[in-house]
Design a protein around this ligand. Sequence first.
Ligand SMILES: *Cc1c(COP(=O)(O)O)cnc(C)c1O
Length: 430
Amino acid sequence: MAVQTVATTSDSADTVDLGPASGLSCRECGERFALGPIFACEACFGPLEVAYDLPSGDPEELRKRIESGPDNIWRYAPLLPVPADVAGKPNLNPGFTQLVPAANLARELGVTGGLWVKDDSGNPTHSFKDRVVAQAIEAARAFGFTTLSCSSTGNLAGAVGAAAARAGFRSCVFIPHDLEQGKVVMAAVYGGELVGIEGNYDDVNRFCSELIGDPAGEGWGFVNVNLRPYYAEGSKTLAYEICEQLGWRLPDQIVIPIASGSQLTKIDKGLQELIKLGLVEDRPYRIFGAQAEGCSPVSAAFKAGHDVVRPQKPDTIAKSLAIGNPADGPYVLDICRRTGGAVEDVTDAEIVDAIKLLARTEGIFTETAGGTTLGVAKKLIEAGVIDPALTTVVVNTGDGLKTLDAVAPTTGMSAVIRPNLDSFREAGLA
Ligand SMILES: *Cc1c(COP(=O)(O)O)cnc(C)c1O
């Protein structure tokens, strides 16, 4: 991957106001850098992440400040790399989605300790990606970019297109050419440029890394490449919301899907911050990662006891999770092992079953990524790995309307009848 050193269009890092963000630090060697559109360490090529001066002082005051904030992710602005006046800027205001108490599902799965679905299909473009794009947009503004871009497995392209439209950026996003129609239409409708690449996500991502180093991509903010450190922080809001919605309490177990693995690692970072800030009681929690069998590089490494993740060529209906070479794979392994969790995978058939299970029990229609997450949760509960007597949160990251093809072959009308009562009685539904 080409390493971009500071090539910001704004005058100097000193003028950059991203709230409590104090700089970037290397996740491998800890080297510090000024805030800028960079993503790899100059010393060791490790990935960079945002470092903070987090609020100190009375946790009760901070809790009250958060609770009196807007009903979206900006209630947590003091913990995010965004300017203090962010809530007044044009953006999609995602977040504060429902934490659904899933009593019917719990009964079906034999969970007695409490089961919740964090339902991020309720975001403006119907996936969790609105959270991360909202952070990237603020970084793009701060660094003076005028075009927003990304490599996407589908949902991110739509989230960037919509957010760019609202905030007045030009957008040009890249996807594998063979995605589901729902994802393609969602990405195109907002009026930006949408480019299909003949290849899989890993090819799209490699292409975008090349584009960043080329004059053709100059002045472009790639939300998940050169703005990745900022983008990634958006996933922390899932951790904040889950704990706040549980009454400022950590869940015992949380099941999260893995594509690049960024979301899972940042949910863990968010939980750690809440503990450090004294907003929740410090208790052990376990993090579980979910993959589709047809793209399970992290799960395979977990089961084999490896620290490195061997890339795979994806072949699964869970296209939003189809990243064969996940950037955060090794960090996911660390977190799942450190917290006493696990990484597991399920087949495409199990994914479809889980989509229908969630719809049937809780009235939530999830996409294939959510089917993967619930499928893995079910498998781990049945295997006794997830403890049914403890509180469990399953993260639903997307909306089933975008992946209709996955369930269309096995769902449909109960009967087609003539518009009269005799015909209805004949159908045996009375
Ligand atoms: C992108 C995506 C994920 C996973 O994201 P990573 O942070 O790359 O692991 C999960 N679910 C859905 C629906 C997504 O679009």
